[in-house]
Design a binder for this molecule. Structure first.
Ligand code: URA
Length: 232
């Protein structure tokens, strides 16, 4: 699978095609044990290692990054006014084609997935694939069995969801669709206001102890489980 060297670099790293050409012209790219000079050279990255500034380019068709979004950060990849989840992704994990697999409100926090695989993102967010989204919420007043029943029956036009009341005014919610402001709207329908919303799971992916504001690549096992969850 031979690719043009400048294209290969632009598809794997943070560089544009123009920047990739610049790296090659500056002698900063090695193919095997020789310095590459021609951006149009065709290279098979699975057969021959490529290095940029001496660092091996790990060839991956796709990149998936899990981010712990803090409140105040936008679920977007660029915005002129506010920080975005892409700003939290370290340089070595960045790719220009990273996009969002689902969004959280600006004031919400927790697990957000960025991926270069558009079909994967589509399936993770489309209700047809029924991928579970799990949220922990803090409410303005406790909930109990009556509210759990209302969620289970499906309210305010939303599909049935699981509501597990927790001590205090806290609860855990499991959705299999992801409509705009859905958790807040479902609680509003039973007379509660969401004060804090944290997404802790997306399908097989757990937020775990990833610190707020941090980002990491998925492990191979997580990636395989994610693809299995949406039949890919
Ligand atoms: N439901 C909401 O109301 N907001 C989110 O960010 C996610 C789910």
């Amino acid at each position: 699978m031979a690719l043009r060297l400048d294209r290969l670099l632009a598809s794997q790293g943070p560089w544009s095609r123009k920047e990739a050409k610049g790296l090659i012209k500056a002698g900063r790219v090695r193919v095997g044990d020789r310095v590459a000079r021609r951006p149009e050279e065709r290279v098979d990255p699975l057969a021959t290692p490529v290095f940029v500034d001496g660092e091996p380019l790990a060839y991956r068709r796709h990149r998936h990054v899990l981010v712990h979004k803090p409140p105040g950060v936008l679920s977007a990849t660029r915005d002129p006014r506010a920080p975005t989840v892409l700003d939290l992704v370290p340089e070595e994990l960045r790719r220009r084609d990273l996009g969002l697999a689902g969004r959280l409100d600006k004031d919400a926090e927790g697990l957000v997935l960025l991926t270069t695989d558009g079909e994967l993102a589509h399936r993770l967010t489309h209700p047809r694939w029924k991928v579970e989204k799990v949220y922990e919420v803090l409410l303005d007043a406790p909930v109990g069995e009556a509210e759990a029943r209302a969620f289970a029956e499906g309210l305010a036009g939303f599909a049935p969801a699981e509501l597990l009341p927790l001590p205090g005014a806290r609860a855990r919610v499991i959705l299999r669709e992801g409509k705009h402001h859905q958790v807040k709207r479902m609680f509003r329908a039973v007379g509660r206001r969401v004060l804090r919303l944290l997404r802790v799971r997306l399908g097989p992916l757990e937020l775990g102890d990833l610190p707020r504001g941090a980002a990491r690549a998925l492990s191979d096992d997580e990636e395989a489980a994610l693809y299995r969850a949406v039949g890919l």
